[in-house]
Design a protein around this ligand. Structure first.
Ligand code: FMN
Length: 307
């Protein structure tokens, strides 16, 4: 019997639907045993979030500063054949509960030498988080063999509104009657079951070389030029501002309130103002520097880490 471990974090259950869709073919097959481990912070984050709490989570998340977690329920000595890690990007980095887990001695034991498949559910910006994930996995001597991405497919400005309603107000359906429902969509969940069959076949052969091409073919590798360019700006700026906030103290310290508040105004304003400009730049990029965007897309379509 092959053993699969699913390590995940979710606040509202979207990650769990992505996992269930991707592993549907395994669930009723007695040849496979699946253990699920929901990573839980000792002090949970609120859902819906308060705006200040949401923005205050930014600096520690960017730097992957470990937080205290509840003890694992699974036995860290158990020898799994495949590990699945399902997570969300938070501020273009791996969400803190999962980055904290990846820095534990238990993660070292569980992941050492294992094939790993990542499942990401997000708004639309996952590249920076996944680059950090690749580094964590490399340090744990694990082998990333596939990455499925379940984004929100609305335009960048629409999902800026709907993600904030989802996170800060707990709106799970259409917002104000006309904004679309936020989150992962049924089309992607349906496509994931085909990928699940491929995962099974790879696990049986112990050869995953066909998996990532299958994921890309199933369009579960969301990449858009304008969003890639926008995320690139954020990835360059975020550590600088995160550092500036942390100079005033750790998470929750009242001394950093003003800096956090400014970030809370600057971030959505920057997205709002830059989105249309970057959409034009993204259209011009293939003309000005042909090949650059193609090379970037080709890189993010595979699972390797830039050397
Ligand atoms: C603090 C925070 C930061 C987020 N940052 C990003 C981000 O950088 N990129 C992105 O695509 N989505 C971002 N999101 C949206 C989430 O990735 C995701 O859509 C949401 O948390 C739903 O996950 P869940 O239903 O599994 O809890 C963020 C959400 C939170 C709570």
């Amino acid at each position: 019997m092959k053993k699969i471990l699913v390590i995940y974090f979710t606040q509202t259950g979207q990650a769990k639907s992505a996992i269930d869709a991707s592993l549907k073919s395994f669930v009723q097959d007695s040849n496979y045993e699946i253990d699920y481990e929901l990573i839980s912070p000792k002090v949970p984050f609120s859902y819906p979030w308060g705006y200040q709490e949401f923005m205050d989570a930014f600096p520690e998340n960017v730097f992957g500063i470990p937080m205290e977690l509840q003890p694992l329920k699974i036995n860290p000595e158990k020898n799994y054949d495949l590990i699945v890690i399902a997570y969300q990007p938070w501020f273009l980095s791996v969400c803190r509960p999962i980055s904290s887990f990846l820095q534990t001695p238990e993660a070292k034991k569980l992941l050492n030498g294992k094939p790993v498949i990542t499942i990401i559910n997000c708004r639309n910006m996952w590249l920076g988080a996944q680059e950090k994930m690749k580094k964590y996995l490399k340090d744990l001597n694990a082998n990333l063999v596939g990455n499925l991405v379940f984004p929100d497919h609305s335009s960048n400005l629409t999902s800026l509104v709907t993600v904030l309603a989802f996170e800060l107000k707990g709106v799970k359906e259409k917002f104000m009657g006309f904004f679309p429902r936020y989150g992962i969509n049924q089309k992607d969940l349906d496509a994931a079951s085909g990928v699940g069959e491929e995962i099974k076949s790879c696990l049986e052969k112990n050869n995953y070389s066909s998996l990532q091409p299958k994921i890309v073919q199933a369009n579960l590798n969301f990449l858009r030029a304008n969003i890639m360019i926008m995320e690139g700006r954020g990835r360059a700026m975020f550590p600088i501002y995160a550092n500036y906030i942390r100079k005033k103290g750790n998470s929750g310290n009242p001394a950093r309130k003003t800096r956090v508040r400014i970030f809370g105004i600057v971030l959505p304003t920057a997205i709002l103002l830059l989105s249309p400009i970057i959409t034009i730049v993204a259209r011009l990029t293939p003309i000005i520097v042909p090949g650059k965007m193609k090379r970037e897309i080709a890189y993010y379509q595979q699972t390797g880490l830039k050397s």
